[in-house]
Design a binder for this molecule. Structure first.
Ligand code: ZN
Length: 165
């Protein structure tokens, strides 16, 4: 008689889990031109089946994921930990400087993120950390792992996964 190891995976890939944002990748010696994407976000999680019959309440996951997308929507994504740009507040504006190339945006049009590069990978990592914080605030701390997918164009996505120790 075979023994099986069972697990459940839940996932949320709703049409409204998206955001439109401007960004450019920059690292020492290289900078993309400013451009934008219509990003799509997906969430997956694994865990044990609870007494209610589910791994995690879909409603809670959808609510949080939507809030996280709304936060990034119609913004310039600024990697605040960049290793090649200086980022400073100047009055009500934010100024990015990459090797003398200066970008100035109204602060309300930009969002500073605790990442080094605004790649799909690092955006997914950032979103996963935020999702976990928000889930814990809702009392959900029993998931075994969570995954965030960030698709920056059709068929081109990065997935970040974190597992609980
Ligand atoms: Zn891009």
């Amino acid at each position: 008689m075979a023994n099986f190891e069972e697990s459940f995976r839940v996932q949320v890939t709703k049409d409204y889990l998206k955001f439109s944002a401007a960004h450019f990748i920059a690292y020492p010696g290289f900078r993309e031109r400013l451009h934008g994407h219509n990003y799509r976000v997906s969430v997956a999680a694994g865990g044990a089946l609870g007494a209610q019959g589910y791994v995690v309440d879909f409603g809670v996951v959808k609510k949080i994921a939507r809030k996280l997308c709304d936060r990034l929507d119609e913004r310039v994504l600024v990697p605040a930990r960049s290793d090649c740009m200086t980022i400073e507040e100047r009055g009500t504006n934010i100024v990015l400087n990459y090797e003398g190339d200066e970008f100035l945006f109204p602060s309300a049009d930009a969002i500073l993120l605790p990442i080094i590069h605004s790649s799909a990978e690092e955006l997914a990592q950032y979103l996963a950390a935020e999702l976990e914080t928000e889930l814990e605030a809702e009392g959900i701390d029993s998931l075994h792992w969570i995954e965030i997918g960030v698709e920056e164009s059709f068929g081109q996505a990065a997935v970040y996964r974190r597992e609980r120790n």
